[in-house]
Design a binder for this molecule. Sequence first.
Ligand SMILES: [Zn+2]
Length: 310
Amino acid sequence: MIERRVLRFEAPLLEGVELPAVEARGSRDGPRVGLIAGIHGCEYASIAALTRFLRQLDAGRLSGSLIAVPIVNVTAFRARSPFVTPQDGKNLNRCFPGDPDGTFSDVLAHHVFEQVIRPSDHLIDLHGGDLVEALEPFTLYDESPVQQRAHEMAVAFGLRYLIRSERSEAIGGTTSAAAADAGIPAIIPEAGGCGRMDEASIALHVAGIENTLRALGVLDGEVSPPPAGMRLVRRFVWLRAPVAGWWDAAVTPSQSVSAGQPLGTLRDPFGDPLHDVSSPEDGTIMFVTTSPAVAEDGILLAVGGGIEPL
Ligand SMILES: [Zn+2]
């Protein structure tokens, strides 16, 4: 059975919000998996991948069930608003498990958590680089009592880098962290970026969804082994702008860098340097902000450090 639904929510702030969703149930028993995308409304490759997977899905191949929401942050999608929800300026992926008494993003997170995430046995939350962000594909999961199962899901998804968010340095409020706190193993795969609908990134996401569902026993077929050269990133170091300015990046995602290497320069409106950014350690560039417009404390890029073979 595959059923198209529209999720609506009993909350005054969410009046008029309608989230198209797909519910699929196999004829055999198995786990229930939540599949979501569009928590960030401009990460189009991941949204397109979930839609493509659902259109190709044959319920006869399923054991268990799926609940899928391809565009969770539908207002950010319609407004082409990167990172934040237009109604309150909050990053929805810092608001989970949500708050029914908070602002729009908190209330939306609360209802999505209760209706989609909490009833699931596993969660896959698809992301990518946002409208002004280029990245090397990686899969995030969280340090938690269910981290081993999340790690196995991340390996099955098949992106080259795995990043485990440590509790002490976690950004907090993510779907995967809130799910882990509720005992639900969850992953955040990231591929694509810069508002592009590039086929390679869409294909990575579709293959990742299918292989993870096979590894969970939900989709029939052989589980593909992880690609050669899969690596674990021990430290995920985000570098921010100490001053607002024109960001002139000198590196691109997947590039290897060494400690002290120049990564870019923040300039004033005349082009004079305000601040030079250098790498805090040896590593690989995981993502870069591609827009030159950066606010004070805005994110510039991330270095993956302590990288080791899986
Ligand atoms: Zn995202």
